[in-house]
Ligand binder design. Structure first.
Ligand SMILES: [Zn+2]
Length: 284
């Protein structure tokens, strides 16, 4: 089992070296945002980095890239008409890029009939085709489909927990940026609930703060490492934070977190260390 960042790195390498498979099963995750981020890298015209500024990336951001096809369940299942539209999509050469990408969200909702039709594409895929299946129930996919794909395992529980922590980190930074004392002090309870989780939370805040600093200086999203910020929905938060926080404030925050982590690791009183950090955030 691997986490999100590790799978991202694995796929980036395959894209960069031209060793992309025609079929992937992302087993254990149903994050469409993640799959779209991968598709963006595959289709990007700037060395496949997902630059967010080439014509391909811009079309993905506005949801109308001719070489990206997303199948989402229509009600409780994936309908034959959707598969037919997909088949038409596969046989037309790419318009924009060297590749075409199709993402099947909740792939286990395909009927056996639908899977058999997709199998035809997987058996003789056009060279430009890359299919990504997202599913938390891979056992419901036909073994013939699975055997034609590379299966990447995602640890969903861990993934969700880390994502929740990253979300709290962004939430915390927003509270600091808005100087919202009430919300800042609420993090005392969050910290005391689970000390190990709080340490991971501080790591996430630290990562976010570093990304923010880089983004503020360069305006370049490619240099961002925080996986939460690298997926589509948190872009807005990053841009907002980079406007409201000064460089000096971000540096203070990094220093403060570093200081707090050091205190906790040196067995200083946990509650006191947390309280003093939060109070400093309120005051400064
Ligand atoms: Zn691009």
């Amino acid at each position: 089992m691997m986490d999100y960042a590790a799978q991202m790195a694995f796929l980036e390498k395959a894209i960069q070296t031209g060793h992309l498979s025609h079929g992937y099963i992302f087993s254990g995750t149903e994050s469409l945002a993640f799959a779209v981020t991968i598709a963006k890298k595959i289709l990007c015209k700037q060395e496949h980095i997902g630059c967010d500024s080439c014509s391909s990336c811009l079309k993905i951001n506005t949801g109308n890239h001719p070489d990206l096809f997303i199948i989402e369940p229509d009600g409780a299942s994936i309908k034959n008409a959707q598969i037919e539209a997909f088949q038409r999509f596969t046989f037309i050469r790419p318009f924009e890029s060297d590749y075409k990408v199709a993402i099947v969200s909740q792939a286990h909702l395909m009927t056996e009939h639908a899977q058999n039709r997709l199998l035809k594409v997987l058996e003789e895929p056009p060279g430009y085709m890359c299919l990504i299946f997202l599913t938390k129930q891979p056992e419901r996919l036909l073994s013939t489909v699975v055997s034609r794909c590379q299966v990447l395992l995602f640890e969903e529980a861990e993934f969700q927990e880390e994502e929740a922590i990253a979300e709290q980190a962004v939430h915390f930074m927003k509270s600091v940026a808005e100087r919202d004392a009430g919300r800042i002090l609420e993090f005392a309870a969050y910290a005391k609930q689970d000390k190990a989780r709080f340490d991971r939370f501080l790591n996430q805040v630290m990562l976010s703060a570093r990304d923010l600093m880089i983004f503020k200086e360069t305006g370049n999203i490619q240099l961002i490492h925080h996986e939460k910020f690298s997926i589509l929905e948190e872009r807005g938060a990053l841009e907002h934070l980079s406007k409201v926080l000064t460089l000096k404030e971000i540096l203070q925050l990094i220093e403060m977190i570093d200081d707090t982590q050091r205190k906790i690791r040196n067995n200083m009183n946990f509650d006191l260390s947390v309280d003093s950090m939060l109070l400093r955030c309120v005051k400064e």
